[in-house]
Design a protein around this ligand. Structure first.
Ligand SMILES: *Cc1c(COP(=O)(O)O)cnc(C)c1O
Length: 383
């Protein structure tokens, strides 16, 4: 089955009990055990729920893993994955990961004795050099947020395998539509399903998928032990969103290509970061590693132009955190999504104060471009 068909017919596309074509919402916290101590499929809602299990099966298939796990948020999924490890373990982490992941690492996991070295995962020599005797895993995102830098997944997983390390990849930006890291040698994929997988800005959820049975068993244990599970209603909503992932991604891409092309040619725009642009430094890698280039675009205005005035003047595109929804959203990483990262660290990593990040939605591309154009035209009066 091809990916776009799998989205619709994968997982438990039909309810085994009734034949309903949409998995029912099993809103039950506990299940009748007919025999004391007998084998039961369902016992308690945290341990397992049929609606959640249907979503987990679907996600395992879409990422080509052996098991999927649904959590109350992407952050909860990432926390559960790190919980596979112990105090004294060391991690090599990409330097451009989601701001909340930095917060989890620096303000939570370090207190539990986890050790981290942050490196630019584009620099393979730096990754090798960061590996220590107690290193257990390499963790990164590709493309990154908000600079959209790509890391060569195969090259990193090769290094990881040579050193007997796990590779963990946050696949939120690409989605399995664009890349399936487990097929390139990664061990675990995590998602903020709040973004493209859900796709409608109406559910907060997280996913972890692994292709290793041993890791799957331990993740199942941790999901139940920690308990940050996704409820049945949100599991259903997420599955509903996932069914249209392929259709949405095709329009996201079409619009992103058009918007990037418009921005590149506007005289008020200084720099556009989009992997689909042929002169983007990681364009070739994106071509090899991804099916399309995603729909996130970051850009900078020419010096002297007010990025604040620009984003506030937009009428259709909302100023808001988050991404990956059907509606276009624009934001300032330095003030909003990446505000938790110290300014000097942000600047050292190339995230300027006035960098603008745009999540291109699936509206009509002409309306999006017209809105950006009117916002940019207003800046002319300033200079
Ligand atoms: C949003 C996001 C997260 C965190 O997910 P939540 O669902 O908000 O907890 C993790 N990684 C990336 C890349 C994200 O964009």
């Amino acid at each position: 089955m091809k990916f776009n068909t799998q989205l619709i017919h994968g997982g438990n596309s039909e309810d085994p009990t009734t034949g309903a074509v949409s998995t029912p919402i099993y809103r039950a916290s506990t299940f009748h055990q007919r025999k004391l101590g007998g084998e039961v499929k369902w016992e308690y809602g945290r341990t397992g729920n049929p609606t959640r299990a249907s979503l987990e099966k679907l996600m395992a298939e879409l990422e080509q893993g052996v098991a999927g796990f649904a959590f109350a948020s992407g952050s909860a999924a990432i926390h559960a994955v790190f919980s596979l490890f112990s105090a004294g373990d060391h991690f090599v982490v990409g330097n451009d990961v989601y701001g909340g992941t930095f917060r989890l690492i620096n303000q939570v996991l370090k207190r539990f004795g986890f050790e981290f070295t942050v490196v630019d995962t584009q620099n393979l020599a730096a990754v090798e050099a960061a590996i220590q005797p107690n290193t257990v895993a390499i963790y990164f995102e590709t493309p990154t947020n908000p600079l959209l830098k790509l890391t060569d997944i195969k090259a990193i997983t090769k290094i990881a395998q040579q050193h007997d390390l796990k590779t963990i990849i946050d696949n939120t930006f690409a989605t399995p539509y664009n890349q399936q890291p487990l097929t390139l040698g990664a061990d675990i994929v995590v998602h903020s399903a709040t973004k493209y997988l859900g796709g409608h800005s109406d559910v907060v959820a997280g996913i972890a998928v692994t292709n290793k049975l041993e890791l799957a068993e331990r993740l199942a244990f941790l999901q139940n032990a920690i308990g940050s599970v996704l409820g049945p209603d949100d599991s259903w909503l997420l599955m509903r969103g996932i069914k249209t992932l392929g259709a949405r991604m095709r329009v996201h891409h079409e619009n992103a290509h058009a918007v990037a092309d418009f921005l590149v040619h506007d005289p008020r725009v200084a720099k556009v970061l989009y992997p689909g642009l042929t002169d983007f430094p990681d364009h070739e890698l994106a071509r090899n590693q991804m099916r399309d280039f995603g729909a996130m675009i970051s850009f900078e205005l020419k010096p002297g132009l007010s990025a604040k005035q620009f984003v506030e003047s937009l009428k259709l595109i909302d100023l808001a955190e988050s991404l990956g929804g059907i509606e276009s959203l624009i934001e300032f990483p330095a003030v909003m999504t990446h505000g938790a990262i110290p300014r000097e660290v942000r600047l050292a990593n190339g995230i300027k104060d006035e960098l603008i990040r745009l999540s291109v939605g699936i509206e009509d591309e002409q309306d999006l471009i017209a809105d950006l154009k009117q916002g940019l035209t207003q800046l002319d009066g300033e200079n």
